[in-house]
Design a protein around this ligand. Structure first.
Ligand code: SAH
Length: 225
C-alpha cells in the first residue's frame, strides 16, 4: 500500500517546494539571471522561500516572480532579491545592515543567512508579526521594529549596508545620514515614469551613485498601520 502521506492532497505540491525546485531556481539565477556571487546563491539555496508566502501560492514559490503576501504587498521576485543582495555585498561584506520594508521577511532572512547582523523595519504590524514568526521558526536572528522605516533606525546607526525594498520618489536623507563610511545603500528610486535601482556608496565622505537598472517595487509609504 502507498504510504498515507503520498495519498494526501497536500503531497501534490511537494515537488514544487523541495530542495530540487530551489536548486533549479539557483541555476536560473546563475544562468539567465547573471548572478555570480556564490555567497548570495548559497544563501538563497538555503532559505526556503515557500515558507514566506501563503500556502495557497507555495507551489509557485520558486518561479522567478513577485507574489502577493497580503495587505496589498508583495514578496520581491527572487532575481531582484539576488541582485540587490549582490549589489550590497559586492565591495565587501557589511557587518550591520538595515532593511526598510520587512514584508514577508524573505530578504531579511537571506541577509541573516549570509551572516550579516540584520535589522529590519516594517510599517504594517500584521506583516511584521508573521515575519517575526518565520525568523523564529528558521532560527534566524533578525532584529525588527514596527515603524516608518523612512527614519531608519537611529539607535543602531551607522549601518554598513542599507537596503530599501519599497520605492520612493527620492532618497531619504535620514537613511543617507545612517550610512557608515565605506557603506553601501541599495534602493529603488523613481517617480511614475519608472523606478531605477540605485546603489550609493559613501567613500571618503563623498556619495558615489550608480544606476543598476529598471525595477518595479511597491511604494514606500509614510506612517504605520
Ligand atoms: N523585503 C520584502 C519586500 C516587501 S514589499 C520581502 O522580502 O518580502 C515592501 C514592504 O515595504 C511592504 O511590506 C511595505 O509595507 C513596506 N513599507 C513600505 N513603506 C514603508 C516604510 N515607510 N517603512 C517601513 N516599511 C515600509
Amino acid at each position: 500500500m502507498m504510504p498515507r502521506y503520498l495519498t494526501q492532497p497536500e503531497a501534490k505540491g511537494l515537488g514544487m517546494t523541495s530542495q530540487r525546485a530551489r536548486d533549479r531556481m539557483i541555476e536560473r539565477l546563475r544562468g539567465e539571471g547573471g548572478i555570480a556571487d556564490e555567497r548570495v546563491l548559497t544563501a538563497m539555496r538555503t532559505v526556503p522561500r515557500h515558507l514566506f508566502i501563503d500556502e495557497a501560492l507555495a507551489s509557485r514559490a520558486y518561479e522567478d516572480t513577485a507574489l502577493p503576501i497580503g495587505n496589498g504587498q508583495t514578496i520581491s521576485q527572487p532575481w531582484v532579491v539576488a541582485r540587490m543582495t549582490e549589489a550590497l555585498v559586492e565591495h565587501g561584506m557589511p557587518g550591520r545592515v538595515l532593511e526598510v520594508g520587512t514584508g514577508s521577511g524573505y530578504q531579511a532572512s537571506v541577509l541573516a543567512t549570509l551572516g550579516l547582523e540584520t535589522y529590519s523595519v516594517e510599517r504594517i504590524e500584521e506583516l511584521l508579526r508573521i515575519a517575526r514568526r518565520r525568523f523564529r521558526h528558521q532560527g534566524l536572528n533578525v532584529r525588527t521594529r514596527h515603524d516608518d522605516g523612512r527614519a531608519g533606525w537611529p539607535e543602531y546607526a551607522p549601518f554598513d549596508g542599507i537596503i530599501v525594498t519599497a520605492g520612493a520618489a527620492a532618497m531619504e536623507q535620514a537613511l543617507l545620514d545612517q550610512l557608515a563610511e565605506g557603506g553601501t545603500l541599495v534602493a529603488p528610486i523613481g517617480g511614475p515614469s519608472g523606478q531605477r535601482l540605485l546603489r550609493l556608496r559613501r567613500i571618503g565622505g563623498e556619495l558615489v551613485q550608480e544606476d543598476l537598472g529598471a525595477v518595479v517595487f511597491v511604494p514606500l509609504l509614510p506612517g504605520t498601520l
